[in-house]
Design a protein around this ligand. Sequence first.
Ligand SMILES: [Zn+2]
Length: 146
Amino acid sequence: MLETINLGKWELKVDVELTKEQYKKTWNLCECEDCKNYYKATQQVSPQVQGFFKDLGINPSVINHLSCFGDIKENGLHYYIGSYHLVGTLKEQDVAFLSNQTEPYTYKLDENWEISFTTDLEFVPGFFPSPVIQMDVDVYIPWVLK
Ligand SMILES: [Zn+2]
């Protein structure tokens, strides 16, 4: 069943249950130290960020595409960008609006999490059912590996 979720300028129609099922499958995740740190650190994010992911049916510790830039904030947080996927659609006029922006339009979950949605898909796992929305994240998280 599709649920309507409004986030900033976006109106998403998301099949939360079907999305949740995808995150329970076996993913072929990168096992480098940067990625392993991300998987672990995202298990410890704020209740607000956890709630956001839960509402969409996404497990924040399962992500197919991740880059760590080695940038570190004064407070010791590490900068990553990544892409998550959801089963659902974006409103056509939103896609049109967003593709006319010169700067990417982002939505802030808090001071460390900025997200945006697109239907220009990359790195979608082969088993993911259509239609797919991609959620790109820009995030600062702590280094939690020893
Ligand atoms: Zn990696």
